[in-house]
Design a protein around this ligand. Structure first.
Ligand code: PGA
Length: 252
């Protein structure tokens, strides 16, 4: 179902006490806001999941993880399974973030496996796609994003896809302060929707939630979220500043 969503990706930031402070700096005001139909998801380091899920419902947000294993269970030292996330009341999980693709060599096959594990455990994948700068400059951005979607997501049935959120995150915009222009964001989001329409149908395409990510902040969120095919944002740096994140949440 298509919704307005703002998701905060804390990445590998904040110790336990710092996370506690930031959580309540966001959660207390959030509880008092009239969010309409906007949904807020916080994706902290998964180690702190319980601290977040304990207060999520009464404070108007859901909890997401930043990663999970593509394996079901067993001898995979250091890994965390989708079933474990589910058992900690986690409802969402980021998959295919460009940092995981780049630094941890995650390929499409692994990402499709993670998507499957998550759906098997009734967790909604937040599937990231996006091109690097050289690909955009070479005019290959549509091809690259299309391939990421075909290889990582389009093996799903229509019913399964209904539980997936897509995030378009141009890699050159992540953490750089260089946001995609509204025209660039709208063009890619419309393209992603057209691919879904071709592979599935128009109704499913219209029902899919597609977020923008990459230097989205308190100043530019309103303009981006107003775009026809942009349904919210996946926020990195600005999700670590309570005031900024709360402004973004109110940018629809
Ligand atoms: P950023 O990160 O907002 O700091 O650019 C976005 C992301 O990586 O999801």
């Amino acid at each position: 179902m298509r919704r307005n969503i703002v998701a905060g990706n804390w990445k590998m930031n904040r110790t336990f006490e710092e996370a506690d402070d930031l959580l309540f700096a966001i959660a207390d005001p959030l509880q008092k806001l009239d969010l309409g139909n906007t949904e807020v998801i916080l994706c902290p380091p998964v180690l702190y999941a319980e601290m977040f899920t304990d207060v999520a419902l009464e404070n108007n947000f859901s909890v997401g993880a930043q990663n999970c294993s593509n394996h079901e269970s067993g001898a995979y030292t250091g890994e965390i399974s989708a079933a474990m996330l589910k058992s900690m009341d986690i409802e969402y999980c980021i998959v295919g973030h460009s940092e995981r693709r780049k630094y941890f060599n995650e390929n499409s096959e692994m990402l499709a496996g993670k998507v499957n594990q998550l759906l098997d455990n009734e967790i909604s994948p937040l599937f990231c796609c996006g091109e690097v700068l050289e690909e955009r400059e070479a005019g290959k951005h549509f091809e690259v994003v299309g391939q990421q979607l075909f290889e990582g997501l389009f093996h799903l049935s229509a019913d399964e896809l209904d539980n997936v959120i897509i995030a378009y995150e141009p890699v050159w915009a992540i953490g750089t302060g260089k946001t995609a222009t509204p025209a660039q964001a709208q063009e890619m989001h419309a393209f992603i929707r057209s691919l879904i329409a071709k592979k599935y149908d128009q109704e499913i395409a219209d029902d899919t939630t597609i977020l923008y990510g990459g230097s989205c902040n308190a100043k530019n969120a309103k303009e981006l979220f107003a775009l026809k095919d942009v349904d919210g944002g996946l926020i990195g740096g600005a999700s670590l500043q309570a005031d900024d994140f709360l402004k973004i949440v109110q940018s629809f």
